[in-house]
Design a protein around this ligand. Structure first.
Ligand code: MD6
Ligand code: FE
Length: 206
């Protein structure tokens, strides 16, 4: 029996959505993704300041960021190769959880070492805000911060552990959120520690 927690209107948390064996299989799939599409260090628009998180993508489109801005593109920014296909378990998770009739087009893969963080942001580079964003977490637990749709709104924090799924949809689709910190040593899934977060997105209007 899967626990489904409504954190706020439009924000749903499924602790332990992926079983331990599914998490291990997905890590193996992601090693292959990272072999074909190596992790890169994204940079802030305009300033070029590097992110502390490293990224890659799978699926038809990938999210990238550099001096020219945030965008989706079909090719890896360094190798120029198409992104590898999405592992089947990701399409299944979207079907299970998204309540949206069209498949995801992009899966952003974020890797956090123990000291990495992600500032409060909105996911707003997609053309279709009717589709939710579905995230899966692997490895060390993260302290996730959730705000409102306005930058100054009050915030709450939520721990995301290995195997957890989280959905941002409906009135929360454009809610601010970020990663305050990673709890090093909280999971044994990744032998070197750290955390992987996958976000599944629909980019274009169907
Ligand atoms: C992370 N997650 O968990 C970053 N975005 O590392 C996100 O930025 C995110 O978890 C949209 C919806 C769900 C998310
Ligand atoms: Fe996000």
């Amino acid at each position: 029996m899967m626990t489904r927690l409504v954190v706020a209107p439009g924000i749903v948390h499924w602790p332990g959505y992926l079983a331990p064996d599914e998490q291990a299989a997905l890590v193996a799939d992601l090693r292959e993704v990272a072999r074909l599409a190596p992790f890169f260090q994204p940079r802030m628009p305009k300033t070029g300041t590097p992110f502390s998180v490293r990224m890659t993508n799978c699926g038809a489109l990938g999210w990238v960021s550099d001096e020219a801005g945030y965008r989706y593109q079909p090719l890896h920014p360094a190798s120029g190769a198409p992104w590898p296909p999405m592992p089947a378990v990701l399409a299944r998770a979207w079907k299970d959880l998204a309540a949206y009739p069209h498949p995801p087009q992009a899966c952003l893969v974020n890797f956090y070492e123990a000291s990495a963080k992600m500032g409060l942001h909105q996911d707003r580079d997609e053309q279709d805000f009717d589709a939710p964003v579905v995230s899966l977490s692997l490895g060390d637990t993260a302290v996730f911060r959730i705000g409102g749709t306005q930058r100054g709104a009050k915030t709450m924090s939520l721990k995301l552990a290995s195997g957890d799924a989280l959905l941002f949809g409906g009135e929360a689709r454009l809610a601010y959120h970020g990663i305050d910190r990673i709890l090093a040593g909280s999971s044994a899934l990744l032998p070197q520690g750290g955390r992987i977060n996958l976000t599944l997105r629909r980019v274009t209007k169907p």
